[in-house]
Write a protein that binds this ligand. Structure first.
Ligand SMILES: [Zn+2]
Length: 267
C-alpha cells in the first residue's frame, strides 16, 4: 500500500496543475500538427471558460462567443429602436461605454455574425482532414484519464484505510483507558490526513469529469465537421455551437474565428 506521502510526492512530480486537464505538451510528438502555442492557447481558453457554461448557456447562441479585440471582453446583445419598426438586435462589446474604456471595435448584426461563420466554415471544409486529425490528437492528449483513474483508486483505498484506523482508535478508547491527550492527538492527526486525502480525491474526480466533458465536445466537433460539405450555404446553429470556440473582432476587416481545438481562421 502506497503511503500518503509517497502519493503526494508523486503528485508533486507531475506538472503543477490546478485545472481540470493535464497541462502538458508532449514535445517532439506530432509537433508538425499541433504546436505548443496552439495547445497552450486552447488550455488557457478552456480554463477561462470554466464555469461559464451555466451562466450563458441556452440564452443566445451568440452570447459569450464574440470577443472584443480591444479589451478582450465579450460582446453582448443590445436592442436598437425597441419600440419602432426599425427594431433590431445588435452585438457589441459589453465594456464599450463603461468607465473610461471606449473600445473602438464595431457592433455586429446577427446576420453579419452568421456570414462570418459561413466564411470560416468554407475554409474549415477545405482543411477538413487536417482539422479532424488535429482534434483527434488533442482528444488523445487532453482526455486521457487512465492515470487519473489510477490515482482515484489509490485515494479511495487510502481514505478507507484512514477511516478504519479512526474507527479502531475510537473503539480502543472506549475499551481501554488510554492517555486522553495522546488519544486526541492521534485522532486529530488521522482526521487531518483524511481531510487532506479527501481534497485530493475531489480534485481528481473533477479532472476526470472535465476530461470526459471535453472528450464529448471533441467528438461532436469531429462528427459535425465530417458531415459538413461545401453545399452548406445557410447558417446552422448546431454547427456554430459545435465548431466555434469564439470569434475575435478587431475591426470589420480583421476578424479571427477560433475553432474548438485551437485552429484559427482569419475571415
Ligand atoms: Zn471591448
Amino acid at each position: 500500500m502506497e503511503s500518503l506521502s509517497s502519493i503526494r510526492n508523486r503528485q508533486k512530480q507531475q506538472v503543477k496543475n490546478n485545472g481540470e486537464i493535464p497541462q502538458y505538451y508532449v514535445e517532439g510528438h506530432h509537433e508538425a500538427i499541433i504546436d505548443a502555442d496552439t495547445f497552450e492557447r486552447v488550455q488557457r481558453e478552456m480554463e477561462k471558460r470554466k464555469g461559464m457554461d451555466k451562466k450563458y448557456g441556452g440564452v443566445n447562441p451568440f452570447s459569450a462567443k464574440i470577443k472584443c479585440g480591444d479589451c478582450g471582453g465579450w460582446y453582448g446583445s443590445k436592442v436598437w429602436h425597441s419600440n419602432s419598426k426599425y427594431r433590431k438586435v445588435i452585438f457589441q462589446c459589453n465594456h464599450k461605454f463603461k468607465n473610461d474604456c471606449k473600445c473602438s471595435t464595431p457592433h455586429l448584426t446577427e446576420e453579419e455574425i452568421k456570414q462570418i461563420f459561413l466564411k470560416a466554415l468554407q475554409v474549415a471544409i477545405v482543411e477538413k482532414e487536417e482539422l479532424i486529425e488535429n482534434i483527434k490528437l488533442m482528444k488523445e492528449m487532453v482526455c486521457e484519464i487512465s492515470e487519473y483513474k489510477e490515482e482515484e483508486k489509490l485515494l479511495i483505498e487510502e481514505l478507507n484505510i484512514i477511516e478504519e484506523e479512526i474507527e479502531k482508535i475510537i473503539a480502543e478508547n472506549s475499551r481501554v483507558a488510554l492517555d486522553q491527550t495522546m488519544y486526541q492527538q492521534k485522532y486529530d492527526e488521522l482526521e487531518e490526513n483524511y481531510e487532506r486525502v479527501r481534497v485530493e480525491y475531489v480534485k481528481v474526480t473533477e479532472k476526470i469529469r472535465m476530461a470526459k466533458k471535453q472528450e464529448e465536445q471533441f467528438k461532436s466537433f469531429i462528427e459535425i465537421l465530417e458531415k459538413a460539405d461545401d453545399t452548406i450555404t445557410e447558417f446552422d446553429e448546431e454547427m456554430w455551437l459545435g465548431l466555434v470556440d469564439f470569434v475575435t473582432i478587431k475591426n470589420k476587416e480583421d476578424i479571427l474565428v477560433s475553432l474548438k481545438g485551437g485552429m484559427q481562421i482569419a475571415v
